[in-house]
Design a protein around this ligand. Structure first.
Ligand SMILES: Nc1ncnc2c1ncn2[C@@H]1O[C@H](COP(=O)(O)OP(=O)(O)OP(=O)(O)O)[C@@H](O)[C@H]1O
Ligand SMILES: [Mg+2]
Length: 272
């Protein structure tokens, strides 16, 4: 559905590629994880996959970037907005500032899409429920914590019911409960509505649990791709600065130890 072929991108007035000859085909209904160290190009790839590159960010492009076989650059932005939603890395950037309450904030995007009133109400309630923020409905989006803002930003995009949901580190300010809520909501949407989810995320354990496929970036290049099992367990992830899940880390430590644990106490200690 979204296809890149040797796609490269340079931000305005920069010499260095932000994306370097990326070839990638994302089929409908896939739950795709993007990993990479800081500056690897995760956010830039999220912008490309959601049309912000080239519609919002100028700069130089090379190669192919298409959505449903139409070059992204030829797509009408208004039409694209109903199909693809992007949750920004910093939730503060997402909040319009034009509305007084969280409920109105979520309504804002739907008004722009021209969704009828009655349907809007249902969609807003459902989106708030998915990320567990019903109790914030009448609060100001600026009077809540960073983690709550992150949930509001996600709800605003979920309410728009895009076919493709691109999320750039959507759980960076969330605690483990919040992170679980978000991944549970995403996996529910993938299984019930067959939407496509693309998520840049450092919390590898969650990607390992929920993704169909993981890609790894470094210096704007695609360096690995495959099942979460194959990609995340590979030694290469250490070299790329991606790291490993805590489970892989514990297992690796065990493999390096001189003697295997034989009691429960020893096993607990060895796996800690
Ligand atoms: N607006 C911009 N103008 C110029 N260069 C940029 C801009 N945004 C990002 N870059 C550069 O593009 C490259 C990729 O950055 P990007 O933000 O996509 O990485 P990232 O993987 O999302 O990093 P992080 O983990 O810190 O969010 C980096 O070299 C960065 O300095
Ligand atoms: Mg980023």
């Amino acid at each position: 559905m979204i296809r890149l072929k040797k796609f490269s991108y340079w931000y305005p007035a920069t010499e260095q590629h932000a994306l370097d000859r990326i070839t990638l085909d994302i089929p409908e209904g896939q739950f795709l994880g993007i990993v990479g160290a800081n500056g690897a190009g995760k956010s830039t790839l999220c912008y490309a996959l959601s049309g912000f590159v080239p519609h919002f960010y100028n700069g130089e492009l090379e190669g192919e970037l298409s959505f449903d076989n139409t070059p992204m650059a030829e797509l009408d932005l208004g039409k694209l907005a109903g199909q693809v939603g992007l949750v920004f890395q910093n939730p503060f950037n997402q909040i319009s500032g034009a509305r007084f309450t969280v409920r109105e904030e979520i309504a804002f995007g739907l008004e722009n899409l021209g969704v009828p009133r009655a349907e809007m109400r249902d969609r807003i309630e459902e989106a708030m429920e998915l990320v567990n923020i019903q109790e914030l409905a009448e609060r100001s989006p600026f009077s809540v914590s960073g983690g709550q803002q992150q949930r509001i930003a996600i709800a605003s995009i979920l309410a728009m019911q895009p076919r493709v949901l691109v999320l750039d580190e959507p759980t960076s300010q969330l605690d483990p409960d919040g992170t679980r809520d978000v991944f549970a909501a995403l996996s529910k949407l993938v299984s019930t509505r067959k939407i496509t989810v693309i998520i840049a995320e450092h919390k590898l354990e969650w990607l390992a649990t929920f993704c169909d496929r993981v890609i790894a970036l470094a210096n704007g290049r695609l360096r690995a791709e495959g099942s979460p099992q194959d990609v995340l367990s590979s030694e290469q992830m250490l070299r790329l600065g991606v790291g490993r899940t805590q489970y892989s880390e514990a297992a690796a430590r065990l493999l390096r130890s001189k003697q295997l644990p034989v009691t429960l106490e020893q096993a607990k200690k060895a796996l800690q």
